[in-house]
Design a protein around this ligand. Structure first.
Ligand code: NAP
Length: 493
């Protein structure tokens, strides 16, 4: 801890916290005079605080420290690693309110959503506390006389985690918990918009008894830290959540040292409503799927596909529901949608809407940014959209939903799969045969059927195609941090 380099904070946030020390997180060891990262409140556009940045030299020193302590952490018994993770989950849950306040301040999402995210993240920690004790090897049957084959699972080693700003707490915990359970040491480079949540989580990990160096946080410039993480041979694994463009760049960079990669990348989810669906349930599904976190989720519906015969009725019901959503500061009771993360995000939303309107779409509701401070945008529906429009081709990452129509099941599946992305898809139907057919035909890593939300620590989360590879959550998530070692015992009589 170096007091010269401690986080400096605007006075309003700490007074809200029971534990202001969660924000006084400090990090790093080598550099003492480096620059500071400004953290903004997207609801006001004003600076919230500054955080000392890790530079390339400091990043290298942190990797070396993670490598030094790895043998000791790997040698800690599975039971003790599990005990640590249980204590860690307890501490996260005991500090839900503070962690949620920090998240809302730096990311903007409504406070109840932020609380939900912290609790969701804690469930991953609990899950991997349990998985830590179930890292089983195998004994293999063989025809070869005098030999026995076995496998053991070993930790990958020093791992890097690069995380996005849209879920500043859960994206960190979904990587850190399985990595620690597996016996890896971890370096987290959090998004520059939202470093505070990751730093606060590291304070709690230390409090739960994690030895120094096993988990380190690296706020700083991606252009400086990224190449150090990908180029250093001591880093054996990289788990990344973020955009497809950056994921491809990290793949290229990681080729030089042939790292284990897990990539959770962008999405472009179709949300299909068949004529036989429960339309009111589908409306509720769209609300939770599309407008949670103001449409800034990788799994949110980006294209609504509605069967022709129910299109007018469904749109009427949906417009009424969307008009009931309230946009406001995440700290205000009753806000359904907080601000977007920054002005660039608002501009992208405006560009997608302008392009759609120029190409013949109509505005059914929304369409405008809120006047005044902050990056607020009204929830927006565009009817009469077509596949040629940008909004139907690119990830918008905002509260805008284009509505397209389709004639039959074959056309719905073809439209849905017509994208390089393959993260999440959703559909509503009450026909069990159609449910089976469409679920199998959709080329996505996750399919929500009659639900707009499907994330759980018990279920694998991840994509196919340009949405990446690797899985988080469930028993599969820990495999990203484990190598299979084969043992052949010969000379047996
Ligand atoms: P992003 O721009 O790709 O950034 C994600 C992280 O990568 C940030 O920590 C960022 O650091 C870092 N980064 C950026 N350029 C880098 C580089 N050249 N080398 C190393 N690191 C680099 O994505 P975002 O805007 O934060 O997040 C939105 C994207 O994430 C969307 O595409 C969304 O779909 C995707 N996402 C996917 C999942 C999933 O599970 N599949 C979940 C959530 C989000 P800085 O902040 O310092 O630039």
């Amino acid at each position: 801890m170096n007091n010269d380099r401690a986080t400096t904070i605007a006075p309003d946030l700490p007074v809200l916290l029971r534990r202001p020390d969660l924000l006084r997180a400090c990090h790093g060891s080598a550099q003492q005079n480096g620059p500071f990262l400004p953290v903004m409140n997207p609801a006001t556009g004003r600076q919230l605080c500054t955080v000392p940045m890790v530079d390339a030299d400091e990043a290298r020193a942190m990797i070396a420290a993670a490598h030094r302590v790895w043998p000791a952490w790997k040698g800690v018994s599975a039971q003790k690693r599990a005990d640590f993770l249980h204590r860690y989950a307890d501490l996260i849950l005991a500090n839900v309110e503070d962690l949620a306040l920090i998240m809302t301040a730096e990311q903007g999402k409504p406070l109840p959503e932020a609380r939900g995210e912290v609790e969701h993240g804690a469930r991953y920690v609990r899950w991997y506390a349990e998985e830590a004790r179930r890292i089983y090897g195998t004994v293999l049957p063989t025809e070869q006389a005098g030999r026995r084959f076995m496998t053991v699972l070993e930790p990958v080693g020093v791992c890097a985690a690069i995380t996005p700003w849209n879920f500043p707490c859960s994206t960190v915990l979904r990587k850190v918990a399985p990595a620690l359970a597996a016996g890896c040491t971890v370096l987290v480079k959090p998004a520059s918009h939202t470093p505070l949540s990751a730093l606060a989580l590291a304070v709690l990990a230390q409090e739960a008894g994690l030895p120094a160096g096993v988990l380190q946080i690296m706020p700083g410039r991606a252009s400086e830290i990224g190449p150090v993480l990908t180029g250093d041979p001591l880093v054996r694994g990289l788990s990344f959540t973020g955009s497809t463009a950056v994921g491809k760049e990290l793949m290229r960079q990681s080729a030089t040292t042939v790292k284990r990669l897990s990539l959770e990348l962008g999405g472009h989810a179709p949300f299909i409503v068949f004529a036989d669906a429960d339309l009111d349930a589908a409306v509720q599904g769209v609300l939770v799927c599309k407008f949670r976190n103001s449409g800034q989720t990788c799994v949110c519906a980006n294209r609504l596909l509605v069967q022709e015969e129910v299109l007018p009725e469904f749109c009427n019901r949906l417009v009424r529901a969307v008009q009931g959503l309230r946009v406001g500061d995440g700290f205000s009771a009753g806000s359904d949608l907080g601000p977007l993360i920054d002005s660039a995000a608002v501009e992208k939303v405006e560009e997608h809407i302008a392009d759609a309107l120029a190409c013949g779409a109509e505005l059914a509701c929304g369409g405008t940014r809120n006047p005044g401070q902050g990056y607020f945008f009204a929830p927006t529906l565009l009817t009469g959209a077509t596949s040629a429009m940008r909004v139907a081709q690119e990830e918008t990452f905002g509260p805008v939903l284009p509505v397209l129509s389709f004639k039959d099941e074959a056309e719905a599946v073809s439209l849905a799969n017509d994208t390089p992305y393959g993260l999440a898809a959703y559909f509503y139907s009450r026909d069990i045969n159609r449910i089976q057919r469409v679920a199998e035909a959709l080329a996505f890593g996750m399919v929500g059927i009659n639900t707009g939300r499907m994330s759980s620590e018990a279920a694998p989360f991840g994509g196919v195609k340009e949405s990446g590879f690797g899985r988080e959550g469930s028993r599969h998530g820990i495999r990203e941090f484990l190598e299979v070692k084969t043992l052949c015992l010969g000379g047996l009589r």
